[in-house]
Design a binder for this molecule. Structure first.
Ligand code: ADP
Ligand code: ZN
Length: 735
């Protein structure tokens, strides 16, 4: 209610979307004499609080609202000079994603409204410069400050003080004495405009062909999707840089999406070298200041090239003209909590709504994208050869049943020999095992007791460097005890199986002179140290790299000539419909790290099932054969991308509550053509973080409006008490 009674007959009302999980936008009165436009940022009261929201449509007469006399008034309208209204396209996109993922629109919009500080006028900062005026009292400290302040542009006060090694009081004193003059500094470092031809390369014939297709797509200024399918090291990045150059020439903004982990300094530096200006970055590890700078830069259109993780889709773009999704097959593009969206798929939607081109790139494209090529929806360009003299690595299998590793070790004689030879010749070798920690399971030799997480249905993983047992699902940690907690026997606990740390331990014993780098997401504390280690590898500081899937991600290590896969069978038999495809991608990507420079590379893959069609296809380099088989199976079983899978995950404080709710839900499932509801069944991970979990899996044929089906099913369903219900449209995780 407004404070004074307002004449509602002339008042205007606006729908305001708040960044909360509400059903939709709420109506508010527009203050008298004020004007709002769609996309404006505003502050409105909600209960006793003030909230920032976005005007979600054209204002309308207040009398058209339900109960207009109860409308509250917009409290503050942000100046459109500081915060340009969120364009139509972005608002449409948010609504689209919300409808598709069955999320509240406000929850999706929250991804745009991440930096409230960026809506305010930019803070005015002052710097100091020596004025040339000599103060009466010139202490040595003061002299030092004046000497420093005489160099370069204006200094921020604190920077000047620390550069001169004095307290800020000295700077202040000099300013008051008139020896330093105050100068307004830009609030944020500006974005230098990228130059399309700052560091061009001469493309090979195939590359030029591919680049031509992409340039044409950019110039057409219409929606299109092009898949660059090129082996690792074939120059996919160079080729899509040509599309970026074309978009930049046309004055457009460009978004290059990368999986978070691939967002390295190496890639940023490469963009900078090619375009003569550092791109803006957008990822979860950014400091608030930089986040604000980039958000403003995007909203005002100054930031032209943004290299970002999936949430960059929700930046307040004003003039987006191209999106590139690199490593498009990566499952990391799927967000698995909150709004469960697939960034690659939503990028396609944004490009379609905005009528501009999209480029997908991968050495191991997803079946989803390849089938879209088959269907004629995506254009395909191929880069079959590595650039220059680099050739694809030769792949050999080691049958671990015939030539096993010695007891208690994990590297077979052929792999050990290959690593030794590689190191001897001065090259780099890599050992890959997709398992973090030291050992995946710890048990008591005396009584058979196994260490399990108290919150999750999962074994605790030993991390020897940290001297801890860790749950990989909830982060629970415990110290490794001396005695078995069950039978009390001392020194009877044994680790079972290898993790990456255990392989490193073996490597250290076998190759004591090797300079080992371990790359595992839990050993690298913060992305800066990851960047540093990657740079050190490129510089040749390490010659044996041991890692989890972190090492498979698009890195370019020119001196690496051997990739060894310690256990290729992990992940093949976990019941995930994409298990085969993912294993294929991972093994092909890991192998592809070898031989990217001058010397040819090779890959050695340890497996217990060398006869498996996937292993055979890898050795034969028969990707098409493998994928044809995989497509055939998926089509026969109505699995993605032919049919669709939607997950419904129910969790509760007790298994009884979860099951009861699931049974009630099962009874309400409406019959529908082309839809099969499987479950409820306990989830493979039946307990996570102390919550018990039950799943449904909804299989639907293409062409079924799954959102309409789910809406009909879930209409009026309200989980009570501790019960939660999550909908996962196009599920990628089945745990
Ligand atoms: P991909 O993205 O397919 O893995 P990149 O674009 O990273 O391949 O290329 C692999 C390496 O070859 C990089 O170091 C890249 O700079 C170099 N390269 C590729 N194409 C060219 C070219 N036409 N001229 C010069 N260097 C190239
Ligand atoms: Zn746990």
């Amino acid at each position: 209610m407004t404070d004074e009674a307002r004449d509602l007959s002339t008042a205007q009302a606006a729908d305001v979307l708040l960044p909360l999980a509400l059903d939709g936008a709420y109506s508010y009165l527009v203050p008298e004499g004020a004007r709002v436009q769609p996309g404006c940022y505003v502050q409105v009261p909600l209960g006793p609080q003030m909230r920032i929201g976005i005007v979600w449509g054209d204002p309308k007469p207040a009398l058209e609202c339900d109960k207009p006399e109860r409308l509250r008034e917009i409290a503050h309208i942000y100046d459109v000079q500081d915060a340009p209204p969120l364009p139509d396209l972005n608002r449409k996109f948010i609504d689209w994603v919300a409808a598709y993922t069955m999320s509240p629109p406000g929850q999706v919009m929250r991804m745009t409204l991440r930096v409230p500080a960026a809506l305010e006028p930019p803070p005015v900062r002052y710097g100091y410069r020596a004025s040339g005026f000599q103060p009466e009292r010139l202490t040595p400290q003061r002299a030092r400050v004046l000497e420093v302040a005489g160099e370069g542009p204006a200094w921020a006060g604190s920077d000047l003080a620390s550069a001169a090694g004095v307290s800020s009081a000295v700077v202040k004193g000099l300013s008051e004495a008139g020896a330093l003059e105050k100068i307004a500094l830009p609030a944020h470092a500006p974005f230098a405009p990228p130059l399309p031809q700052a560091g061009p390369v001469t493309l090979s014939g195939d590359q030029e062909q591919a680049a031509k297709v992409l340039r044409r797509a950019v110039i057409a200024r219409d929606f299109s999707v092009t898949l660059i399918d090129g082996v690792t090291g074939s120059g996919k990045t160079e080729v899509y840089f040509e599309a970026v150059a074309a978009a930049v020439s046309a004055g457009k903004q460009v978004l290059i999406l990368l999986p978070e982990i691939a967002l390295t300094g190496q890639f940023i530096a490469r963009v900078e070298a090619r375009f003569g200006a550092a791109p803006a970055g957008w990822h979860s590890g950014m400091k608030p200041k930089e986040r604000e700078r980039v958000w403003r830069g995007v909203a005002h259109g100054h930031a032209k090239i943004v290299v970002g993780a999936r949430s960059a889709l929700f930046l307040p773009w004003t003039n987006l003209g191209l999106i590139v999704v690199d490593e498009e097959h990566e499952s990391a593009y799927k967000q698995e909590d909150g709004v469960r969206y697939h960034a690659r798929d939503m990028a396609v939607v944004l490009a379609a709504l905005g009528k501009f081109p999209l480029v997908l790139a991968s050495a191991t494209p997803s079946l989803e994208s390849l089938v879209n090529v088959d269907r004629g929806r995506y254009e395909l360009v191929c880069l079959p050869d590595r650039h220059g003299r680099a050739v694809l690595p030769k792949i050999d299998l080691v049958d671990m049943r015939e030539t096993p590793a010695e007891r208690g070790t994990w590297l077979s004689p052929p792999l050990v020999n290959a690593v030794a030879e590689t190191l001897k010749s001065g090259d780099q070798a890599m050992l890959f095992l997709n398992r973090r920690g030291y050992a995946p399971l710890t048990l008591c030799r005396a009584c058979g007791y196994r260490f399990e997480c108290p919150n999750c249905q999962a074994w605790l993983v030993e991390h020897r460097f940290r001297r801890q047992l860790v749950c990989h699902h909830c982060g629970y940690t415990a110290r490794i005890p001396n005695a078995c907690p069950s039978c009390g026997t001392e020194d009877a606990l044994v680790p079972c199986g290898p993790g990456v740390e255990r392989v490193a331990e073996e490597a250290l014993a076998r190759f004591p002179d090797a300079r080992i780098a371990i790359l595992s997401s839990d050993m690298i504390y913060g992305s800066d140290s990851l960047r540093q280690v990657l740079a050190e590898i490129v510089a040749g500081k390490h010659n044996l790299i041991i890692g989890t899937q972190l090492v498979a991600k698009g890195h370019h290590f020119p001196q690496l000539t051997l990739a060894g896969v310690v256990d290729a069978d992990i992940g093949l038999e976990n019941g995930d419909p994409r298990a085969g495809e993912r294993t294929w991608q991972l093994l092909a990507q890991v192998s592809g790290r070898a031989g990217r420079g001058e010397k040819p590379g090779r890959a050695i893959i340890q497996t217990h099932m060398p006869e498996h069609n996937l292993m055979q296809a890898l050795v034969a380099g028969d990707r098409d054969g493998y994928l044809a088989h995989e497509k055939h199976m998926r089509e026969r079983m109505d699995l993605p991308p032919y049919g669709r899978l939607t997950g419904l995950i129910i969790s509760a404080a007790s298994m009884g509550d979860a099951e009861r709710f699931a049974r009630e839900l099962a009874l309400r499932a409406p019959p529908a053509e082309g839809v099969r509801v499987l479950g409820p069944a306990p989830a493979p991970l039946a307990m996570v973080r102390g919550r018990h979990r039950v799943r449904f899996l909804v299989k639907s044929q293409r062409g079924v409006n799954i959102q309409a089906f789910l809406a009909a099913w879930l209409d009026g369903v309200k989980p009570k008490g501790s019960v939660r219900l999550a909908v996962d449209v196009d599920a990628y995780s089945f745990l």
